[in-house]
Write a protein that binds this ligand. Structure first.
Ligand SMILES: C[S@@+](CC[C@H](N)C(=O)[O-])C[C@H]1O[C@@H](n2cnc3c(N)ncnc32)[C@H](O)[C@@H]1O
Length: 256
């Protein structure tokens, strides 16, 4: 097994082969979106075949009940969305994962759309795959608008006067948060071109793991997932192919 709380600089295909079967509680990651950015990496580091190899490795290393959070989007090619993210989701399902949910990260400060025949693109998918039923779910709760209010009403065909029964209930004060999360695009303080917000990593880690659990990010980039693990007392394994980004991640962690 690899050492925990460490960043491994290498191709995820190679590094993952050293991770034990059924040893990871959660994967939170954002892979390259199609070939929108090259990240100064060799052409061969990312394509659908590489994705398939890595997806199969993720299935092997994730524990029963473990979860993969896959933050992704598609490029527009010759006027048409590639839907690579959908193909990836179907592949995850084909190799045994449940598609537990397809969540959205709605960017509260999206890049304005110019000269495109479509509305402003303001969200990325956060696909939630699980190996069987998620073993941990600590849902984020939000206040109900009418929480604590009392209501009286009647229900048909339930006995009582004229066949109607009187009902009295209180609206719950809190409910489970929606699966569309409103979060601003990260204020990027590094030279990495595609950093996701710390809140995305943190809120998924809190939702799907408990303290001391092991979280893997096979596309660590500038280290956001590792930072969120440090903040929430989870252990991490980070993998990143580009040595410059590994250095950025190490520096960020040292300052945290
Ligand atoms: C979308 S970025 C991840 C950004 C990260 N979530 C953050 O907040 O900084 C995807 C990363 O995957 C890396 N990458 C691409 N192919 C890889 C591979 N085969 N193995 C490991 N990392 C790879 C890229 O260098 C890039 O940094």
């Amino acid at each position: 097994m690899l050492d925990l709380n460490k960043i491994y600089c290498g191709d995820a295909r190679d590094v993952l082969s050293d991770v034990d079967d059924n040893s990871i509680d959660l994967v939170v990651t954002s892979p390259p979106y199609d070939d929108l950015r090259k990240y100064n990496n060799p052409e061969s580091s990312w394509n659908f075949k590489v994705f398939q190899e890595i997806a199969k490795e993720l299935y092997r290393v994730v524990k029963d009940g473990g979860v993969v959070v896959w933050v992704v989007n598609d490029k527009v090619e010759k006027g048409s969305k590639t839907l690579t993210s959908f193909r990836q989701a179907l592949y995850f399902q084909e190799i045994g994962f449940n598609v537990n949910d397809v969540m959205m990260w709605r960017k509260t400060n999206p890049m304005p759309q110019v000269k495109q025949p479509r509305y402003c693109s303001c969200y990325d998918y956060m696909m939630i795959f699980s190996k069987g039923k998620p073993k941990t779910f600590n849902p984020i709760m939000v206040n109900c608008k009418l929480g604590g209010k009392e209501y009286n009403s009647t229900a048909k065909n339930m006995g009582g006067e004229n066949g109607r029964r009187k009902l009295h209930y209180n609206v719950n004060r809190q409910k489970v948060k929606d699966n569309i999360w409103d979060i601003a695009i990260a204020q990027n303080k590094t030279d990495h071109p595609a950093v996701y917000p710390l809140q995305i990593a943190r809120d998924h880690i809190l939702s799907w793991t408990n303290e001391g659990d092991v979280v893997l990010d096979p596309f660590l980039g500038s280290g956001t997932t590792a930072l969120a693990c440090k903040q929430t007392k989870r252990k991490y394994i980070g993998i990143e192919i580009n040595p410059e980004y590994c250095e950025i991640a190490e520096k960020q962690l040292a300052q945290f």
